[in-house]
Design a protein around this ligand. Sequence first.
Ligand code: FES
Ligand code: FES
Length: 163
Amino acid sequence: MTVEIQKPPKKKIQFILNKQPVETEVSTTMTLLSFLRDQMGLTGTKEGCGRGDCGACTVLIDGRNVNSCLMLAAEIDGCEVTTIEGLGTPEKLHPLQQSFIEEGAVQCGYCIPGMLMSAAALLRENRRPTREEIQVGISGNLCRCTGYIKIIDAIEKAAKQIS
Ligand code: FES
Ligand code: FES
């Protein structure tokens, strides 16, 4: 007896990715994280836990930080998506990226793309957050290396530069 495995249906989606319009087809069971990394080749967004606990996969959807491992790619139809590749460029770093370097806030770096996206979402809502508000803003992003103090220093420094 042969068992036929049916592929999940596909859905056409249109959205903005890092300021560029995209029109494509996605499997209706594919996560946004897999779509970004495997279909769009944007490997700056990292996979840690794969279940919403670590924040390594954080991207912005319409300016708000979300865990891309918990979303389906099909859900971004009509949305604006920003990944770490769209935050700054090697020639013109985002102030957050610059201050993370200056403050020594990066060690292994695995958490940093997600950390930066959560920080960007925070500064979009609150241009001069207190240290406590920064702690809350990055509370969904785990870092095994830094102890967080330099990350908070860096976000505070970037906020001063932006505002
Ligand atoms: Fe998405 Fe950990 S990989 S929250
Ligand atoms: Fe290594 Fe954050 S710098 S996990």
